[in-house]
Design a protein around this ligand. Structure first.
Ligand SMILES: [Zn+2]
Ligand SMILES: [Zn+2]
Length: 687
C-alpha cells in the first residue's frame, strides 16, 4: 500500500488490527462489534482493499443473515468489481426478506450490465410497481430495449426519462443517437442541442451535431460544430474529413461569407475603454497570453515600441491601424498593410500613454483541449511584450499590476451577476492564490499562464462593474494562515464534499481541509461505504450549498458520461498506449470519495494512474474525480459500455464557488465564506 494512503487512513488501520483480533463469534445484528466491522469495511472499501472488505461483510452476514447493510454493501462491491452473478445472488437474498423498490432497481441495473435485458426489464417493472419512478429507471429500461434491438420501445423510454427530468443530458443524448439511426436528422439535432445546453462537457456531442447538420445540408452549422471538435480534439480525423467535404460542397458561397465576416472583424476598431488602475505597492505581474505564428493587433491610442529600455523608442505606431507581427530569420517584423515597416532583433514592449486605451490582440487561443476551447479577439490593459519563441512562434506576455490582473480574472472565474459577497470572496481567494504562486512559471519567464492551470485571465474585455467593484473593495486583501498568504485554491462545485489538499506532499497546508459543503448534517458520513457512495452519487436532493440550480447547471453537481468501449479505448490511448482496453479498477479513494488511484488494464499491460487531474484527463476530461463506473458486459463478458457517474466540477479543493454563491445568498459575508472553506485563516491587507 502506498505511503500516503497509509497516512490517510492511519486511525483506521489501528481499528482494523483491533477488529481482526476479535473472533467473529461475538457478532450479532447491530451490536457494537458489528458496527466496528462495518466501519472498518467502509475504510477498506475506500482503500481499494475489496477482498478484505468483502470478508468482513461476509462475517457479519454469517452471524446474522438478515443484516441488510452488510448484504447490500456486498452486492454493491461485487457490482463495482463487475462480478455481476455474485451481486445478483446477494440482491436476491435481500428480496427474500423484504420487497423493496430500490433493491429491484439495483437488481435491474446489474442484470442489464450483465447482458440480461429481459430479466432486467422485469426487475425494473417491479420497481415501477412499487412506486420507484425516477428518470434513471426509464433510462435503464431504454438501454435494455436498445440491447434487445427494440429501438421503438427504447426511444419511448428515453422520452419518458427526459420528460420526468428535463435536465437529464444523457437521456437526450441516447434519444438523439436513436434519431440518427432512424435518419431523423432534425429531431436528432434538436436533442443534441439540448445536451449541449445541459452539459457542454459531453464533447462527443459536437461530431454528432456536425454530422446531423451536414446531412441536412446546413453547412454553416456543421462547420461550426466540426471546428469545435478540432479545438477540443485536434487529431480527430472525422472532423477534418467533413470540413474538407463541406468546403468542397459549398466552395463559393461559404468562403465568400467567411471572407466578408473576416473583413468586418479586422476593420472593427478598438472599442473598449477602461479606467486605469494605479495601486501603490501592487506588484507588477507578467501573464502569458499565448504563442502564435502570426500576431495581429490594434491599439486604441497611438503607441510606442521599445526594447527592454522603455526610454529608447524604436517605433511609433498609429491608433486603430491593423498591424501584424511575423517571424523571419533575424527576429520579428512589424507589418502594416502588406508593407514591412520595422525589423526587431530583440524582445519588444508595446505600450501607449493614454490612460484609458487598450491593445486589441486578434485570435487569442484559450482552453486548448478543453470543452470550452476557443479563439477570440481580446483587449488588454498595460504593456504587451513580444519575443521570439522556439523555431516559429511569437510569444506574448501582458504586464499589468496585480489589481488589473484580477479585473480580468474575476469575470473569467465567476459569473459577474452572482452575489457581491461571493464575488468579494472570489477576489480575495484569487489574489491570495496569485500571490503565493508568483514564481510558478519562473523557468518560462513569466508569472502566470492565462488558463485554468493558474487562473483564467481573459484581459480587459470581460471586465464588468460588479467584478471590478469586488476587486476594488478588497484591494490588497489576502487570506493568511499563521501570518502568511495562503494558496487559496477553488473550483466550481465540490459536489457536496470538498477534498483535502491533494496538490503534492505539502505537509504545512492544513487550511485546505476536507469537509461537507453544508452547516447542517446531510445524513452522509465520510468516508462513504460502497452503498452510501451509490446514494451520494445518484441523489439530486442532497442539502449542500452547491446543490443550487440558481447558480449552476444540474450537471455541475451530478453528471454522467457514457462511452462505448471503442470510444473510451481511443480516448485513453491518446494519453497512454494501453492497447486494447480490458478493464478499469478504482484502487483508492480520498476520504471525500474522490478517486485518487486507478488501474487500467489493457492488452499492453496494467497501468496505474494517480491524482485526480490525470485521472479526469485520461477519461476524456471528466468533470471531477468524484465518480464511480458501471461497466456493461456483452454476452461473452467483454466490456461494451462504460458509464461514469459522478459529482462536482473541478478538483473540489478549497472554496466551492457555487457553495460560496449560495452562502452569500443566505446572508453570509465574504469573510464568513472564506473562513468556512479555508480552515483557521484570517484576512489581511498587504497594500
Ligand atoms: Zn499556469
Ligand atoms: Zn460544494
Amino acid at each position: 500500500m502506498p505511503k500516503n494512503s497509509t497516512k490517510k487512513y492511519l486511525t483506521i488501520l489501528l481499528c482494523l488490527s483491533i477488529v481482526l483480533s476479535f473472533s467473529a463469534s461475538g457478532l450479532s445484528a447491530d451490536n457494537e462489534k458489528s458496527r466496528e466491522y462495518l466501519y472498518t469495511a467502509r475504510l477498506l472499501f475506500n482503500m481499494g482493499n475489496y477482498n478484505k472488505a468483502v470478508a468482513l461483510y461476509k462475517q457479519i452476514q454469517d452471524a446474522d443473515s438478515t443484516f441488510r447493510e452488510a448484504t447490500l454493501n456486498l452486492a454493491i462491491i461485487y457490482k463495482n468489481l463487475g462480478q455481476y452473478k455474485k451481486a445478483i445472488k446477494q440482491l436476491k437474498e435481500i428480496l427474500k426478506i423484504e420487497s423493496n423498490a430500490i433493491i429491484y432497481l439495483n437488481l435491474g441495473e446489474v442484470y442489464y450490465l450483465n447482458s440480461m435485458p429481459n430479466e432486467a426489464i422485469d426487475a425494473f417493472k417491479s420497481a415501477l410497481r412499487m412506486g420507484q419512478g425516477g428518470a434513471l429507471i426509464y433510462f435503464w429500461i431504454g438501454k435494455c430495449f436498445q440491447d434487445k434491438g427494440d429501438l421503438e420501445q427504447a426511444k419511448a423510454s428515453f422520452k419518458k426519462a427526459v420528460e420526468i427530468n428535463p435536465a437529464f443530458a444523457l437521456g437526450y443524448l441516447c434519444l438523439g443517437k436513436l434519431y440518427v439511426q432512424d435518419k431523423m436528422w432534425d429531431y436528432a439535432e434538436k436533442a443534441f442541442d439540448v445536451v449541449k445546453e445541459l452539459d457542454p462537457s459531453i464533447t462527443e456531442i459536437y461530431p454528432a451535431l456536425g454530422f446531423v447538420c451536414f446531412k441536412q445540408k446546413r453547412y454553416e452549422q456543421a462547420l461550426k460544430a466540426y471546428r469545435k471538435v478540432e479545438a477540443v480534439d485536434p487529431d480527430n480525423t472525422e472532423a477534418k474529413k467533413y470540413i474538407a467535404r463541406i468546403y468542397k460542397n459549398t466552395a463559393y458561397h461559404l468562403k465568400e461569407k467567411t471572407a466578408e465576416r473576416e473583413k468586418k472583424r479586422l476593420e472593427g476598431s478598438v472599442a473598449k475603454k477602461v479606467p486605469t488602475k494605479k495601486v501603490k505597492d501592487a506588484p507588477l505581474v507578467r501573464v502569458h497570453i499565448g504563442d502564435m505564428k502570426k500576431l495581429r493587433l490594434k491599439c486604441a491610442a497611438d503607441f510606442f515600441i521599445t526594447g527592454q529600455n522603455e526610454k529608447e523608442i524604436l517605433f511609433k505606431g498609429e491608433k486603430n491601424q491593423l498591424y501584424s507581427i511575423i517571424r523571419d530569420k533575424e527576429g520579428i517584423v512589424l507589418v502594416l498593410g502588406q508593407k514591412k515597416v520595422k525589423q526587431f532583433n530583440q524582445k519588444i514592449r508595446i505600450f501607449h500613454r493614454q490612460p484609458n486605451a487598450t491593445i486589441l490582440i486578434f485570435d487569442v487561443e484559450a482552453g486548448k483541449g478543453e470543452y470550452w476551447a476557443s479563439k477570440t479577439d481580446r483587449v488588454y490593459r498595460g504593456v504587451i511584450e513580444v519575443e521570439i519563441y522556439k523555431e516559429e512562434f511569437i510569444r506574448l506576455i501582458n504586464t499589468i499590476n496585480m489589481e488589473e490582473y484580477l479585473y480580468g480574472v474575476l469575470p473569467s472565474e465567476m459569473p459577474s451577476n452572482w452575489p457581491a459577497e461571493a464575488l468579494k470572496a472570489q477576489a480575495v481567494a484569487a489574489r491570495s492564490e496569485a500571490y503565493v504562486k508568483l514564481s510558478r512559471h519562473e523557468m518560462e519567464g513569466y508569472n502566470f499562464c492565462a488558463d485554468v492551470h493558474c487562473q483564467v485571465y481573459s484581459g480587459a474585455g470581460v471586465e464588468t462593474e460588479a467584478t471590478n467593484s469586488a476587486v476594488d473593495t478588497t484591494t490588497g486583501e489576502v487570506a493568511v494562515y499563521n501570518g502568511k498568504p495562503i494558496d487559496a485554491v477553488y473550483s466550481n462545485s465540490c459536489g457536496g464534499h470538498t477534498q483535502g489538499n491533494i496538490f503534492g506532499d505539502r505537509q504545512g497546508i492544513v487550511y485546505l481541509h476536507e469537509k461537507q459543503d453544508a452547516f447542517r448534517p446531510t445524513g452522509f458520513y465520510f468516508p462513504l461505504s460502497a452503498l452510501e457512495l451509490e446514494d451520494w452519487l445518484s441523489a439530486s436532493n442532497i442539502e449542500v450549498f452547491c446543490n443550487n440550480n440558481a447558480f449552476s447547471r444540474q450537471s455541475n453537481f451530478r453528471w454522467m458520461r457514457l462511452y462505448t468501449q471503442p470510444q473510451l479505448e481511443r480516448l485513453i490511448n491518446k494519453k497512454k498506449n494501453i492497447g486494447k482496453l480490458i478493464a478499469i479498477r478504482i484502487l483508492e479513494r480520498n476520504p471525500s470519495s474522490h478517486v485518487h488511484r486507478i488501474q487500467i488494464i489493457g492488452s499492453r499491460g496494467k497501468f496505474i494512474i494517480e491524482k485526480e487531474l490525470n485521472i479526469r484527463q485520461i477519461f476524456g476530461n471528466l468533470r471531477s474525480g468524484m465518480f464511480n463506473i458501471a461497466v456493461k458486459l456483452d454476452k461473452k463478458a467483454r466490456p461494451e459500455e462504460f458509464l461514469f457517474y459522478g459529482g462536482g466540477w473541478g478538483h473540489g479543493v478549497g472554496m466551492c464557488q457555487v457553495g460560496a454563491a449560495t452562502m452569500a445568498q443566505e446572508g453570509f459575508s465574504c469573510e464568513e465564506i472564506l473562513k468556512f472553506y479555508y480552515t483557521d485563516i484570517d484576512i489581511e491587507k498587504l497594500y
